[in-house]
Ligand binder design. Structure first.
Ligand SMILES: [Zn+2]
Ligand SMILES: [Zn+2]
Length: 353
């Protein structure tokens, strides 16, 4: 197999030749057809996250080993099954759920692998879709995209379930209660699409960029709020008609977390999704008296991936704009993402597609 791998953090991806893995046990070997280039790939490539106060969380310390084929928004075609793998056959096209764990703990056995304490995510701790082949640990991690465009279906494995899982953490909220989304980048637009598909009617979007706010309105946001400078909380309250029950922060910086938290009403919940970095200090008596919740949300589980794919197949979920490039251009695609030159999602397509 070939891969476009991180060999050294922060250096260009290198095309490498590796032995094609042999699936054992319940494993399934797939030939990658499509793989999304995700913003978190940039952090993996750089090798760290900013966790505020000038501190960095090193991915090497967290167990990421190089060389690594990144890529966790994978669609592939089954080419070989381990002796204990049942439920798929050679030739099947499948979305690969990448947020896998040990496969043995209660979380993994409940289809909540992303809550496993020993995460083994594809494209992070194991090789992913920046290679010609990928190994899924178990057939239950494979989801049939049906008639969906595989380039779009690939994005459901990360950006899709990331917003879907965050929204599920907020709901139920009545369709006419405002839900605030912070950040109108790819995740934000995706969240608008999912909320609309779930028949939610009031969506307020905050962003610092006028162009992105316009994009959010075009995508179906009810109102938009300028997220720059002072007074953002007040502008959110004005747009919402008062404090709100739910905010999803897809930026999650020191500044956005502050204004998002301050916009919550009694019983409100702030779901933190973004990985921008920074810190938030909480007024503890207010947390108690207003019964507030601040909850982190990271990707989603395989049940949520199945639900999201079903929602897309029902035809009410608008497909995000994707641009498709050859898999061999993985490095170029990653660099364009770093330089902010990408609108929508870039999908690597292999020769096998
Ligand atoms: Zn991702
Ligand atoms: Zn586990």
């Amino acid at each position: 197999m070939r891969a476009w791998a991180v060999v050294e953090n922060g250096a260009a991806l290198q095309e490498v030749e590796w032995p094609t893995p042999e699936p054992v046990g319940t494993q399934v070997l797939l030939e990658t057809t499509h793989c999304g280039v995700c913003h978190s790939d940039l952090h993996i490539w750089e090798g760290y996250y900013d966790i505020g106060g000038g501190k960095r969380m090193s991915l090497k310390d967290r167990g990421v080993v190089l060389p690594l084929a990144m890529g966790h928004e994978i669609v592939g075609r089954v080419v070989k099954l381990g002796p204990d793998a049942v439920g798929v056959k050679v030739g099947d096209l499948r979305i690969v759920y990448p947020w896998v764990g040990c496969g043995e703990c209660q979380a993994c056995l409940s289809d909540e692998d992303n809550m496993c304490l020993t995460g083994r995510a594809l494209g992070v701790y194991q090789n992913g879709g920046y290679g010609t082949h990928v190994v899924a640990p178990h057939p239950r991690h494979l989801v049939d995209p049906g008639a969906l465009d595989p380039a779009v279906a690939a994005t459901y494995a990360c950006s899709g379930i990331t917003v879907y899982s965050a929204i599920r953490k907020l709901l139920p909220i009545a369709p006419d209660e405002p839900i605030v989304l912070v950040g109108a980048g790819g995740l934000g637009l995706n969240a608008i699409a999912v909320l609309k598909a779930l028949k939610h009617r009031r969506i307020i979007v905050v962003d610092v960029s006028e162009a992105k706010r316009a994009g959010a309105l075009a995508a179906g946001a009810t109102k938009v709020v300028d997220g720059s400078g002072e007074g953002v909380t007040q502008r959110i309250l004005d747009a919402a008609g008062g404090p709100v029950l739910g905010v999803i922060d897809m930026v999650n910086s020191t500044a956005t977390a502050r204004f998002a938290f301050d916009a919550l009403r009694k019983g409100g919940k702030l779901v933190q999704v973004g990985l921008f970095g920074g810190e938030l200090s909480l007024p503890l008596p207010i947390m108690a008296m207003r019964a507030l919740t601040v909850q982190g949300s990271y990707v989603g589980n395989v049940k949520e991936l199945r639900e999201l794919v079903a929602l897309a197949q029902a035809g009410t979920l608008e497909a995000l704009p994707v641009s498709v490039v050859p898999q061999s251009q993985a490095n170029d695609a990653l660099m364009r993402l770093r330089d902010g030159k990408i609108n929508g999602r870039v999908i690597l397509r292999s020769d096998a597609a």
